[in-house]
Design a protein around this ligand. Structure first.
Ligand code: UDX
Length: 441
């Protein structure tokens, strides 16, 4: 059993802290938000992540998981301190490091003995050295410490499974001894551990996310070409995916990537490249194509309702950036809602879990009670998130209550033939439109 402190109780911090507690360690999670910590102390997770709440309660009961706003308390016996705070996009797409700085300063002030500071937040290459500088400068008296980069690769919605079953753990540090200790901490995960230097570890995280985003934009570009040429992108992706050099994952065409990682990490990598004088043409294209997919949805809706969206009732099915999460950061649905309203459409939305977050961030979006309420009297529906419950809807009922039976499927969840047989005017991403030649992108 080791003593760990985890700064930041967002998706990364909470899943990291809770999983390490579940592995038998004694973990104290810290957050500056009193409200979040009060919730967690009551055993309530402030975010929706399948299985997380149960795991928090189980480990709190076992006395291995604690929550506080006080760094002194958290660091009292800690051997390791994880920094898992947010790094949102700044004005030019650069990562905003103010929370990392605050966490590093707080760690420095609270340190009473030697600790290993582990960066899990996605930070620009070079931040590990910067954090070391901040800690050194902020310490009231010099105490030995080491900085290690150990980037997070878990996905929201399956964070606990991903944490416990990683494809690899990446550890970067200037101190071989500290790196070795962090590697020991991860041994129960029985996975490949890659030991490297600080900057390389930081770059592995960006390169991994940028590559996955590239796969998504690549298949979306192919999808748009498929529509023009009468091919089916779903089958194209399947046919490509059997080639082991390509792989079947991350080839689902749709409205593009969103969430807290891909959009900001691709922009941050582009920004790093630019400020160092290189020309990140591929990253730019990835970002542009992703934006175009939002336009694809608006174009198709406009065309299918007869050329003008003004006064048309449009229902957005799914508001979270992907299924199994309540996270709406950079969710295509919210951006599309804005674009549709700009053209005078009357936009409603429904999501199984994200509506509480949406009501706070977009008060103009009318929220429906369920998918049928959303469809009632609608001129068109747009599938924005591939929630399972949408796959099992009573489609004839949906058809009967819509004003016009138009469905634009931004996540390819329905079968083309079936939708058409049911009498829907139906379009999906990258699957040929028998009713139209163009797609607008
Ligand atoms: C991602 C990375 O997968 C993870 O390793 C990293 O630590 C954080 O960022 P996450 O943002 O939770 O995780 O979601 P993920 O499941 O990877 O999906 C990202 C986005 O890509 C979603 O908006 C999803 O809808 C989209 N996507 C994914 C596609 O459009 N097509 C695909 O084939 C796969």
């Amino acid at each position: 059993m080791r003593n760990l402190a985890v700064a930041g109780t967002g998706y990364v911090g909470l899943s990291t802290g809770t999983c390490f507690a579940d592995m038998g360690n004694n973990v104290t999670c810290i957050d500056i938000s009193e409200e979040k910590i009060a919730m967690l102390q009551r055993g309530e997770a402030p975010i929706y992540e399948p299985g997380l709440n149960e795991m928090i309660v189980r480990n709190m009961k076992a006395g291995r998981l604690h929550f506080t706003t006080n760094y002194d308390e958290a660091l009292q016996d800690a051997e390791f301190v994880f920094i898992c705070v947010g790094t949102p996009s700044g004005v030019d797409g650069e990562a905003d490091l103010q929370y990392v700085r605050m966490a590093a300063e707080s760690v420095a002030h609270a340190m009473t003995h030697s600790v290993i500071v582990i960066n899990k937040s996605t930070v620009p290459v070079g931040t590990g050295d910067w954090v070391a500088d901040i800690v050194r400068r902020s310490q009231p008296e010099p105490i030995d410490f080491a900085v290690v980069s150990c980037p997070e690769f878990t996905r929201e919605g399956s964070a606990l499974h991903d944490f416990m079953n990683p494809d690899r753990v990446v550890i970067g540090s200037r101190s071989a001894e500290a790196a070795e200790k962090v590697a020991q901490l991860h041994l129960p995960l029985r996975t490949r551990i890659i030991m490297t230097d600080l900057r390389t570890a930081e770059m592995i995280k960006y390169a991994s996310n940028a590559f996955l985003a590239t796969k998504i934009s690549f298949i979306n570009e192919i999808a748009v070409i498929c529509e023009k040429l009468g091919a089916d992108v779903e089958e194209v992706a399947e046919g490509m995916g059997f080639d082991r050099r390509i792989g079947a994952h991350f080839l689902s065409a749709g409205l593009g990537y969103g969430g807290s990682c891909f959009p900001k990490d691709v922009k941050a990598l582009e920004h790093m490249a630019l400020v160092h004088g290189s020309h990140p043409a591929l990253l730019r294209a990835v970002i542009d194509i992703n934006r175009d997919m939002r336009r694809w949805a608006v174009y198709n809706l406009r065309e299918m309702v007869g050329g003008k969206l003004d006064g048309k009732k449009i229902g957005l099915m799914g508001l979270a950036f992907k299924p199994n999460t309540d996270d709406i950061r950079e969710a295509p649905a919210l951006e599309i809602a804005h674009m549709l309203r700009n053209e005078g459409a009357l936009v409603s939305g429904y999501d199984p879990v994200a509506m509480r977050n949406v009501s706070r961030s977009d008060p103009y979006l009318r929220l429906a009670e369920d998918a049928y309420d959303l469809a009632d009297g609608a001129d068109a529906l747009l599938v924005c998130t591939e929630w399972n419950e949408f796959k099992q809807l009573d489609l004839p009922r949906l058809h009967s209550i819509m004003r016009q039976p138009i469905v634009v499927d931004g996540r390819n969840i329905y079968e083309l033939e079936r939708m058409r047989a049911l009498g829907f005017a139906y379009r999906a991403v990258g699957r040929s439109h028998s009713d139209s030649e163009g797609n607008g992108v």
